[in-house]
Design a protein around this ligand. Structure first.
Ligand SMILES: [Zn+2]
Length: 300
């Protein structure tokens, strides 16, 4: 089975030149996985936008409707970090739909990837840190509602803690939330998940990989998950502008292989989202996301 991915031209939206978010990476990534022969063009799926009903399984009506209609306050918009526009609304609905599409495909075929998503700083009633809707939480809630899964695990290896995701599932024992992240990095107020591992600044490959190898068996055993959603953030890389860790691209590739291999070894389907990556120039982050897709393709 070849690797199937979800991606939309609408994942990118206009930002001013000085904006620090690398919006171009979504299109670069989509182009490169096809150019490098990792994904066949016919296996790049355009996601359906999430329905309002699906978003409301996680988010409050007030937040979803005011965001959609451009009614958030200036403070709420500032916290998200993007200027509001209809294109931002379109992207946010599509990116959440892409994670659901990939999760659905993974349930049937073992593995799939959204070339976006992992917007783990989105809380039920607000967004922050470049995250509007919590795509991972929405996908899990939809699949539970539709009785496709009962239990899930989230393996969040973006360098920032998934505070929004942890808040969504704080009292839900059906979803095991695991995060490894920079202890001194954003978000400065961490929300406890089921298993949090805080990393010191400048943590490198060996320490990162040994902590991960120790934790993964516990996550998989205790979660008894029907589906794993993996946030394969590229921001633990040494040269990431927002990272503070010191992983090499080789270490990051070993990380991806370890996670995917262990999940597939015990028969758990894996849906992958790309999460963060803010290297300058952005090519290094894009290359890391491409490598994640290449490794995933070996398990497809
Ligand atoms: Zn991040």
């Amino acid at each position: 089975m070849p690797l199937h991915v979800w991606s939309s031209a609408k994942y990118a939206f206009p930002l001013s030149d000085g904006h620090r978010f690398p919006i171009e990476k979504y299109i670069m990534l989509r182009d490169r996985v096809v150019q490098e022969g990792i994904v066949a063009p016919e296996h790049v799926h355009d996601p359906e936008p999430s329905s309002r009903e699906d978003l409301l399984l996680v988010h409050t009506t007030d937040y979803v409707d005011r965001f959609t209609e451009g009614q958030l306050s200036a403070d709420e918009i500032r916290r998200i970090g993007f200027p509001w526009s209809p294109a931002l609304v379109e992207r946010s609905y599509r990116a959440a739909g892409g994670t659901l599409g990939a999760a659905n495909h993974a349930l049937a075929n073992g593995i799939a990837m959204n070339l976006a998503g992992g917007t783990h700083h989105a809380f039920p009633d607000h967004g922050e840190g470049f995250c509007v809707f919590n795509d991972v939480a929405v996908a899990i809630r939809v699949l539970q509602r539709d009785r496709r899964i009962s239990r899930a695990a989230i393996i969040d290896l973006d360098v920032h803690q998934g505070n929004g995701t942890h808040a969504v599932f704080a009292h839900d024992t059906s979803v095991f939330t695991f995060s490894m992240h920079g202890g001194r990095n954003y978000p400065f107020h961490k929300v406890p998940g089921r298993l949090d591992i805080e990393l010191a600044d400048r943590t490198g490959d060996d320490d990162f990989l040994s902590l991960l190898a120790d934790a993964l068996p516990r996550v998989l055993a205790e979660s008894r998950a029907d589906l794993v959603i993996y946030l394969a953030g590229a921001d633990p890389l040494e040269h990431d502008r927002l990272g503070r860790l010191a992983l090499t691209s080789h270490g990051l590739a070993r990380r991806d292989a370890l996670v995917i291999d262990q999940c597939r070894e015990v028969g758990m389907p894996v849906a992958i989202t790309i999460a963060g990556g803010y290297a300058h120039p952005i090519d290094e982050s894009v290359s890391a996301h491409v490598t994640t897709a290449r490794i995933a393709s070996r398990f497809a």
